[in-house]
Design a protein around this ligand. Sequence first.
Ligand SMILES: Cc1cc2nc3c(=O)[nH]c(=O)nc-3n(C[C@H](O)[C@H](O)[C@H](O)COP(=O)(O)OP(=O)(O)OC[C@H]3O[C@@H](n4cnc5c(N)ncnc54)[C@H](O)[C@@H]3O)c2cc1C
Length: 443
Amino acid sequence: MLIHREAKRDIPVVENVDVVVCGGGPAGIAAAIACARQGARTRLIELHGCLGGVWTTGALSWIIDSADKPGIMAEITARLDAREARSLRVQGGKNYAYDVEEMKLLLDEMCVEAGVEIRLLTRVVGAACDSENRLSVVVTESKTGREAWHALAFIDATGDGDLGAVSGCGFDVGHPETGDVQPMSLMALITGLQFDQIEPYVGGSMTEPKQRLSALMHEIGVPPSYGHPTLFRIRDTLFALMGNHQYGVKCDDAQAITEATIRARREIHTQVVALRARGGVWSNMRVVSTGAQIGIREGRRLRGRYEVTGTDILHGVRFEDAVCRVTMGIDVHSTDPAKTKTVEAKPHRSRPYDIPLRALIARDVDGLLMAGRCISGDFIAHSSYRVTGNAVAMGQAAGVCAAKSALSDRLPHEVPWREVKADLDAINTGADKTSEKNMGCAF
Ligand SMILES: Cc1cc2nc3c(=O)[nH]c(=O)nc-3n(C[C@H](O)[C@H](O)[C@H](O)COP(=O)(O)OP(=O)(O)OC[C@H]3O[C@@H](n4cnc5c(N)ncnc54)[C@H](O)[C@@H]3O)c2cc1C
């Protein structure tokens, strides 16, 4: 392979803050809001042009495992309701659909109100640790050029564990024996349908509507690469479609992700054209947009001070330093389309279980926390805790711990659990009142 050697160069340290949160998805926004509400100067760095990650850039439209999550998750739900941006006729129980564009606006507002300093369109590409192995700087690339950001604590909420990887943190990817990863899916927003006319085909949590839609797609000559294509109802005429699987694509292979995105977008449009040609209730069906970023189910799982395992979730493990109780079951989307195009057989049932704070604190690098799908867990546990209700709860806890660490000059693992718990309890019971205190802040 030809090598191009980069010249050494000096990079300006553009900011020195208490906490830098990398990645503004469900975990990252919660981390940044919680951190800033603690009084820590907080910088949030996001790759895309809006906050929300898979919620917005990914056009996901469907939130799982949020029902019993207090604090910031409950606040988001209430504020979506206040702007009539949540599907009130929820299909299949405790999960819900939301309006993607309203979510973008809401997350901007919540972060600005909390005093989070936001940088969009900026990618974390490097990091440096000091002589004591404490992460001290992240390096980014953007239209402004290469910049360095100094902080006392950092949170990796990039989903794929990008910050952990460039910091020298150990990680695992995929199945422990094969390395196979769950497939990616590109989401699409759909209009031109009437809920009352297509109700039998609509459902986030129920299997029968997906089977009907799959059967219909087979009948009209567009067998879906995801065997359980799903229509989520956002409003009476606005839907989200998850109808494809892109198998065997790794989160760090930009060329493979590019090709998967092109394949997925072509499949979505082919499905919609075929359904429209079917006529009747489908005759006005149109794609409003596809996600700006294909949905990545599985990236790096960074090694933490505790690894959540499939055995833990079999037994419904409880921890003293629990930051989140997961009720979502095991959900491994097929790694091998020759075997199934839906989800793989569960190795066992899971019982509601806890995520301990230690799984959010990096093992190999000091001063680094993780939140969301890149926390420390094994292949099976990850397939369960990765959903967004849990990502928000983890982000909230990581934000509180990072703020305490930075404001008291201790490393995250040196902050006693009782201190983190006291503040999380206040947030979760509404006793902190910080969301009101910070209203009306800047820009
Ligand atoms: C197709 C699909 C369907 C799913 N279905 C559901 C569902 O129905 N309901 C549900 O609740 N969950 C679902 N999940 C799971 C869930 O969406 C994720 O696990 C969840 O997004 C985790 O949140 P996160 O904040 O950790 O990651 P993400 O949402 O991926 O957010 C990561 C953020 O970091 C940013 N970022 C990445 N790299 C960098 C970098 N180097 N520098 C700066 N920023 C960076 C990204 O742009 C993004 O905004 C689904 C996932 C996929 C892919």
